[in-house]
Design a protein around this ligand. Structure first.
Ligand SMILES: Cc1cc2nc3c(=O)[nH]c(=O)nc-3n(C[C@H](O)[C@H](O)[C@H](O)COP(=O)(O)OP(=O)(O)OC[C@H]3O[C@@H](n4cnc5c(N)ncnc54)[C@H](O)[C@@H]3O)c2cc1C
Length: 557
């Protein structure tokens, strides 16, 4: 029976993209996992792909962002507690990712039994993390920080011994309690202060030793942090000025006598996106913290955490680009305009294929980078990790906002409203290029490699040069980079040009050796040759756009 007051039939409205296996339906991801050596993880990734792409998981993502965390400075009796309350959906997202081990799986070998690291641990985790970001991006912040804090903690063995047994389990325990009473913990990081985030050496927060001072000993920390995300974490890696200079500290929420440490959260940031994740402003009112490493070595100590989070920024951004692309293609495959499916309209075919090429490039670079973390003891991989971490983080995170914006337009007006995931994705993506080193900072880091570790550059260039030999355009791109390097006095100004050139050559070389010809040819023809362009949907008139779109369609599995 038609409804009495209905005026029309609803048709030509594509169904939402949900209950989709985020692994099985993603050819670029599956190829990357195989290519980078984690094929053995395929079965687990299929399982997690089903969980993260379920309608329930996407709904939790929506709820966690529509009901952002709230700071509860005092308890009902007026005692200072500084806790953060989250919607239950957020806790479910955290539980899903922690039970998959995304906060610690690459360190499992450090647990009881002391087995060898899995050779594909980082690539396999990256595959799952890429899907967790699609499920919901904000909760990935504490996940990534916990994972990345471990190599810093390892530099202070007694602290690692105390904390690792609580970090490693694949569990989630959100209770506000001393770590000893919890089944699992998470860690955060506090570096950025009001007067400087990039320039962390300008930190004014002071640390006074309780006794003689030195690695592993207790200090009293007074000062502030302007951004400290995931304030509900159980401990934080914090930078502060000790008598001999900037030093890295572990600052727990509870002290050994079970009292609450003096971290006073001022407020939570009101952010553009990333709304499910709490990011705080905090003051340390004589908080207790334990030094990791020598006084004055703070940046050198914490840099390993930063490097791991940069990998995750790229992997998560690639995942968000993939979700945007999958939604755009799915919509175009279901929507009819002018008697044709949208996907079959020539101009839309150009746009979708062009978007897909950036996702292919982002996936290629991010998973190749993950492999270099797995093989860090190999000199060549270590050189790739050093040079290509800032290059990959720069390019992938910078491509994401433009790419997601164009994908949103593919859905027309429906893309712009909050019920579709595109609007939230669009607000989410800029954060990965801002935090953990903004664009210029990545370019400066590459310059640092050129000056201080030229052998890393030489090794990467040797590899890229060999890969470029057989392809005229790759060869030309390689020679252009060589030309830049001949003019070192201009490099300060050309930092971004060099970084982008390295990213495109790296992606082109990986795709040339392993992606279907339609993808590699079109990527290289448009990104490393062809007419200059500023917007999507150009230069692919001779490309096999049908093959590129079919490969990236989420409806192919
Ligand atoms: C959502 C969110 C969560 C965050 N969470 C945390 C957290 O948990 N812990 C934490 O410590 N921080 C956190 N941050 C802070 C973030 O890491 C900093 O904002 C970032 O490092 C930039 O620092 P800044 O804001 O002080 O900007 P500035 O350092 O003032 O930089 C401003 C701009 O100048 C550029 N710049 C800086 N130096 C140079 C140079 N020499 N040459 C050319 N350009 C330059 C930068 O690239 C940037 O674009 C978070 C930020 C956001 C947005």
């Amino acid at each position: 029976m038609p409804e009495p007051f209905s005026t029309h039939e609803v048709f030509n409205q594509p169904p939402p993209l949900e209950d989709v296996n985020l692994y099985a339906s993603d050819a670029a991801l599956k190829d990357a996992i195989e290519r980078e050596g984690a094929g053995a993880a395929g079965e687990a990734l299929v399982g997690f792909g089903g969980v993260t792409g379920s309608a329930e998981a996407f709904e939790r993502g929506r709820l966690a962002n529509e009901h952002p965390p709230r700071l509860q400075t005092y308890d009902r009796q007026g005692r200072r507690r500084d806790t953060v309350s989250f919607h239950p959906a957020y806790h479910e997202l955290m539980r899903t990712s922690c039970e998959e081990g995304l906060h610690s799986s690459v360190w499992s070998h450090l647990g009881a039994g002391g087995h060898k690291p899995r050779p594909e641990a980082h690539v396999a985790r990256a595959g799952a993390f890429y899907m967790a970001a699609q499920m919901e991006a904000g909760h990935c912040c504490p996940i990534t920080m916990t994972n990345a804090a471990v190599p810093v903690l390892l530099q202070q063995p007694e602290l690692a011994e105390a904390w690792l047994p609580k970090i490693l389990p694949f569990r989630y325990d959100p209770s506000f309690a001393p770590a000893a009473d919890k089944t699992a913990v998470t860690l955060g990081m506090g570096m950025t202060e009001k007067q400087g985030g990039t320039d962390v050496r300008a930190a004014t927060t002071k640390a006074e030793p309780v006794g003689a001072g030195g690695p592993g000993t207790e200090y009293i920390v007074t000062g502030h942090k302007w951004f400290m995300s995931a304030p509900m974490s159980d401990a934080f890696l914090v930078l502060a000025q000790a008598p001999k200079g900037l030093t890295c500290f572990l600052m727990p929420r509870f002290l050994p006598d079970d009292s609450i440490n003096a971290l006073h959260f001022q407020r939570l940031k009101d952010k553009l996106g990333n709304r499910s994740n709490a990011s705080s402003e905090v003051e340390f009112h004589g908080a207790h913290a334990w030094a990791i490493g020598e006084e004055g070595r703070g940046v050198a100590t914490i840099i390993e955490m930063v490097t791991h989070t940069r990998l995750d920024c790229a992997v998560a951004s690639a995942g968000l680009m993939r979700l945007a692309l999958a939604n755009a293609v799915h919509f175009a495959e279901h929507r009819t305009v002018f008697q044709k499916k949208l996907v079959d309209q020539p101009l839309m075919g150009q746009v979708l294929a062009d978007l897909a090429l950036d996702v292919e490039g982002a996936v290629a670079l991010s998973f190749r980078l993950a492999r270099s973390f797995d093989r860090a003891s190999d000199q060549r991989a270590s050189a790739w990790r050093r040079l290509m971490t800032p290059v990959t983080k720069y390019w992938v995170c910078k491509m994401a906002p433009a790419m997601v914006g164009e994908a949103m337009e593919c859905l027309g007006g429906s893309g712009y409203v909050e019920e579709a995931p595109l609007a939230r994705l669009y607000r989410e993506v800029p954060v990965n290029s801002i935090w953990e080193g903004s664009g210029n900072v990545m370019a400066l880091d590459v310059m640092r490699v050129l000056q201080r570790e030229p052998e890393a550059l030489a090794q990467v260039l040797e590899e890229l040069g060999a890969a470029a030999k057989e392809d005229r355009r790759l060869k030309a791109a390689y020679e252009r980079i060589e030309d830049f390097l001949q003019e070192p006095t201009l490099l300060d100004q050309r930092g971004r040009t060099l970084v982008e050139a390295l990213a495109l050559l790296g992606a082109g070389a990986i795709l040339r050796t392993s992606a279907p010809a339609a993808v590699a040819d079109a990527f290289i023809a448009t990104r490393l040759g062809g007419a200059p362009r500023q917007t999507y949907g150009q230069g692919l008139e001779r490309a096999d756009t049908r093959a590129i779109i079919t490969r990236c369609s989420p409806n192919q599995s």
